[in-house]
Design a protein around this ligand. Structure first.
Ligand code: FPP
Length: 249
């Protein structure tokens, strides 16, 4: 039983048999949350990291198999040095502290994006967290770091071009399934539901290939204010959409 409250404070149940296997989240609004409180941006990101822990737990409880969150985009380098350092410091702390939690919750952590420009100690912590959780059989938490959908596609195209040059494929043999094997999300099903917080209604270069048929749910809530109940409301919206995948009912 997965009860939640709708906007009229009525208790509603989610359909337990129709929980999305994969939910993607653009965790937006940390900066505005901090500004509203006259706090530095880092305080907003810190509150955002705490919300991420709460929402991961809620997703585990709902039986979600894959949760993909946008933590740092290829475009976020345009922010001030101070804000980037704030996010990177939080990330260091999160990666270190999350090891025990992931073990306890049986979560497998996987990073998507190009981590090579990140500081070496962060890269090491990422590999360590991935290694230490790779046998876990519960939820898969995919954290997008220095991730951009276009960058992911370019990296995949470069790799597949090399494979063609080495004679592994004929160009004509490359179909969707072959290309998907070169994406950061190889072997992960596409998200059925994509949530973006903070009232912005755009994709911002997130999972461009994978969201071809995802349902979108935009909410006004700023990410640090997003709750388990909000997650259930988004899933309820998803459960009441008609998905046709380009066909007819
Ligand atoms: C968007 O809010 C959020 C980010 C660019 C960073 C997301 C980071 C976290 C949730 C915390 C760090 C993550 C980990 C895994 C430790 P924004 O700053 O763009 O908000 P704004 O649009 O209101 O300024």
């Amino acid at each position: 039983m997965f009860p939640f409250l709708n906007n009229n404070k009525e208790e509603i149940q989610l359909d337990e048999k129709n929980i999305p296997k994969h939910i993607a989240i653009i965790m937006d609004g940390n900066g505005r949350w901090a500004s509203k409180r006259a706090l530095p941006k880092k305080a907003g990101h810190k509150a955002g990291a705490q919300t991420l822990e709460k929402i991961s737990q809620a997703a585990i409880d709902l039986g979600v198999q894959h949760l993909t969150v946008y933590a740092f985009s290829t475009e976020n380098w345009k922010r001030s040095e101070q804000e980037i350092k704030g996010i990177m410091d939080l990330l260091r702390e999160y990666l270190k502290n999350y090891i025990e939690q992931a073990k306890k919750d049986n979560v497998r952590v996987h990073i998507i994006g190009d981590i090579s420009p990140l500081d070496m100690d962060i890269q090491k912590r990422i590999l360590e967290l991935e290694e230490l959780t790779k046998q876990k059989t519960g939820m898969n938490l995919h954290i997008a770091l220095n991730y951009g959908g276009r960058d992911e596609l370019l990296r995949a195209i470069r790799k597949i071009s090399r494979a063609v040059a080495e004679g592994k494929y004929q160009a004509e043999e490359i179909g969707e399934k072959e290309l998907e094997q070169y994406l950061d999300t190889a072997n992960v099903p596409d998200p059925e539901l994509l949530i973006r917080t903070s009232g912005e209604e755009r994709i911002s270069n997130f999972l461009l290939w994978q969201i071809a048929y995802s349902e979108f749910c935009f909410t006004e809530k700023l990410w640090p204010d997003f709750t388990e109940n909000d997650l259930k409301q988004a899933i309820y919206q998803y459960q009441n959409r008609e998905r046709r995948f380009g066909g007819r009912k």
